[in-house]
Design a protein around this ligand. Structure first.
Ligand SMILES: Nc1ncnc2c1ncn2[C@@H]1O[C@H](COP(=O)(O)OP(=O)(O)O)[C@@H](O)[C@H]1O
Ligand SMILES: [Mg+2]
Length: 463
């Protein structure tokens, strides 16, 4: 395997549903890394956000490898939200891989393999490639239509110019199709990648700015390029080590990247890739970008995983590990010992700990307000007040869930705005944990669950 295959440029558009954290667009920090009160969808939890911002700064500078951060706090205090904020703030270039602790038990591979894949998904390789491109203004496109309809191949000529020269190129069927697809016309300034044949429209030439035809309001005007038509250009793309692994693993096609069905990847493959990447780094062709691996509900990992993490963090290429948990002192999986957050002491010792605090009523009000906007729900002031009260007394998540439910109740009565009655109605329809627990206590003799012996383990930090 001398030539490593690299994935094609990722150009997938995602249709996003409104997820639990879709309102989070960053950490909401100012330039001095101080948390703004309400910004980028983030409310309160300032010291945790600021701490996360400092970690981000360390990641961006790219100097440190293998640090680990623990977000610890009660359920619903925004641990996952902060991790999502970090991901957004990092931008597209820096890889951010995310998994839940329990995932490693459900994949069809060993736990350490799953963790290795997760680690390598969080390590980016920025690869520089030189390509040759043709860049110029289209003078003329001339296509010779074959005399017989349906005859095999079309041919044609493309005339391109810069301010200094003009050249005519022969066109094959593929290029003709590509030009048609991009709707290239004379007067456009285009770039053609010589290796792949990919055409990019850079804009319309200023010389044509007086033409009336074929101009939308978004037409961008550019200067006709100068110098040679043929130029060398450096293109940079970022792929993760895991992507390179999958594509080069003979047992799995690259489609495995989409299905996630990657199976185990041979360690020889990884070794070869690592040494190739090291070679590229020495030649100055590639750079390592350590990203972030976020493991939510980290108490679900067992002792083997923790020991793997200890080792993996010492690797020179290791990403920044961010883990989150809502557990207090509880059993470490795979052992009979208890540890803070369900983690062994030697692993804990490596962590910088960020703790999240419960929200004030005002903060809950603001988060609910943002969620109403996000879910496109109009709600009266009174209803919001009641919802805030509910959020404060029960839980933030419960209150967030009631937003959609109340909106549906409102829709059903053909109302325009969710009001206090709708909220009250869904509050009665759907129970929060406290009321549900109370119900169970009152009627437990009618259920079968008292057959299970009492375990006092894995108790959440809350209450
Ligand atoms: N500071 C915050 N600003 C805005 N939304 C928040 C904030 N904290 C939590 N949320 C939202 O509240 C809900 C519960 O928070 P979550 O991050 O899932 O809690 P945790 O992971 O700590 O259990 C999510 O929808 C989350 O996006
Ligand atoms: Mg969470």
């Amino acid at each position: 395997m001398v030539d490593l295959k690299l994935p094609e440029i990722k150009d997938l558009t995602r249709i996003e549903r409104i997820g639990a954290h879709s309102h989070i667009r960053g950490l909401g920090l100012d330039d001095a890394l101080e948390a703004r009160n309400v910004s980028q969808g983030m409310v309160g939890q300032k010291s945790a956000r600021k701490a996360a911002g400092i970690i981000l700064q360390m990641i961006k500078e790219g100097k440190i490898a293998g640090r680990a951060v623990l977000l610890a706090g009660q359920p619903g205090t925004g641990k996952t939200a902060i991790a999502m904020g970090m991901a957004k703030a990092l931008g597209d270039e820096t890889p951010f891989a995310m998994m839940a602790g329990s995932e490693i038990f459900s994949l069809e591979m060993s736990k350490t393999e799953a963790l290795t894949q997760a680690f390598r998904s969080a390590i980016g390789v920025r690869i520089k490639e030189e390509t040759e491109i043709l860049e110029g203004e289209v003078v003329e496109i001339q296509i010779d239509r074959p005399a017989v309809a349906g005859a095999a191949s079309k041919t044609g000529k493309l005339t391109l110019k810069t301010t200094d020269m003009e050249t005519v190129y022969d066109l094959g069927t593929k290029m003709i199709e590509a030009l048609g697809k991009e709707k290239v016309q004379s007067g456009d300034v285009i770039a053609i990648d010589k290796a792949s044949g990919k055409i990019t429209k850079l804009g319309r030439s200023f010389a044509r700015s007086r033409d009336y035809d074929a101009m939308g309001p978004q037409t961008r005007f550019v200067q006709c390029p100068d110098g040679e038509l043929q130029k060398r250009k450096e293109v940079v793309h970022v792929v993760t080590l895991h992507e390179i692994d999958v594509i080069n693993s003979r047992t799995q096609g690259f489609l495995a990247l989409f299905t996630g069905d990657t199976g185990e990847i041979l360690s020889e493959v990884r070794e070869q890739i690592d040494s190739k990447v090291a070679e590229w780094r020495e030649e100055g062709k590639a750079e390592i970008i350590p990203g972030v691996l976020f493991i939510d509900e980290v108490h679900m990992l067992d002792i083997e995983c923790f020991s793997y993490l200890n080792r993996a963090l010492e690797n020179e290429m290791a990403p920044i590990l961010v883990v989150a948990t809502n557990r207090g002192i509880t059993r470490i999986r795979g052992t009979n010992y208890r540890g803070p957050h369900g983690m062994p002491i030697d692993f804990l010792d490596r962590l910088l700990i960020i703790s999240t605090q419960p929200y004030t009523e005002e903060e809950i009000r603001q988060i609910l307000y943002i969620r109403c906007e996000e879910e496109d729900v109009e709600m009266s002031g009174d209803a919001k007040l009641l919802l805030t009260k509910i959020g404060y007394e029960t839980s933030l998540r419960y209150a967030i869930h009631l937003i959609t439910a109340a909106a549906l109740a409102c829709q059903k009565r053909k109302g325009k705005e969710v009001d206090i009655e709708d909220v009250r109605r869904v509050y009665e329809l759907f129970m929060d944990v406290k009321r549900s627990t109370q119900f169970m206590m009152d009627y437990q003799h009618q259920f079968m669950f008292n057959e299970i012996p009492e375990v006092n383990d894995g108790s959440a930090m809350a209450e």
